[in-house]
Design a protein around this ligand. Sequence first.
Ligand code: MRU
Length: 337
Amino acid sequence: MNANASHDTIRAVQWHGDRLALLDQRRLPGEEIWFDCRTADEVTDAIRVLAVRGAPAIGIAAAWGVVLAAKSGVPLEPILATLRAARPTAVNLMWALDRMRSRIDAGADADALEREAQAIQDEDLAANRLMGELGAALIEPGSHVLTHCNTGSLATAGYGTALGVIRAGVEAGRITQVYAGETRPWLQGARLTMWELVRDGIPAKLVADSAASHLMKHGEVKWVIVGADRIAANGDTANKIGTYQLAIAARHHGVKFMVVAPSTTVDMATANGDDIEIELREATELLSIGGKRTVIDGADAWNPVFDVTPADLIDAIVTERGVILRPDESQMQAVFG
Ligand code: MRU
């Protein structure tokens, strides 16, 4: 194995004092293109079109959007509302904007807001490092694991959530093989997770989403490890579409199921998963692959991009505040209440 010793080389969201540079996730892995956002509206657009994506990363980007607005002297209230509406499911977006708003309400100027956004970004990276250690400790040495979507450096301030646990697990010899589901329709697994894993020299194989149950049946994986976009007060977890069926298959086959997310993804104001808004995106994302139409003209499609995994299918929720085994409302309350 040609493992990169640091397993942590990508920073996809970079603040440069007067602009936010983003590694365009629509273009990976074919092209590594960076572009600059100089206004909050450009940040909103980047979030909407998934140029920047992943729950923690969109919260961080939105915080920098507020800084751009504050530096240019435009009224902040409409900017906060526009950024908040960019995507509905990942609560990290709303959390970051609420944190920026509380500083604005306390009279913070543009420089103070810049320090706050930097703190949000730095804290996310530190949480990922800690979760990596906590999550990896749950895994028996020599295990194979399956992950879904992209939860790595691209989706966070760096290192990753579920992918952070995988990075730490590989480093510690606890994980020896990673399977990544391709994650139709946007292919976050195929395009982004495989890009991160191969760059880090981590043994990884892509699987079709529809191969997951077959993989588990043959005893190939010990853990399914995923991230989250919102964790409700009872532990129900919204994540990328397809996560729920992985949790059902995992329970059926005796495979353990781990959710890894910072506390900024926990939403104690939402009682359970039924109350989480699931983003519906355009049918065209499903009707074509790589911009090429694959379905007969005139066909329609239903494209929910997240689903909710009930808490009782989750063996462990790993946050930087600790590990919750078999999560339920009272355990969530004890840690996050
Ligand atoms: O639509 P996306 O690509 O933003 O969805 C991302 C996911 O579902 C991730 O699993 C989640 O945000 C956690 S990222 C650390």
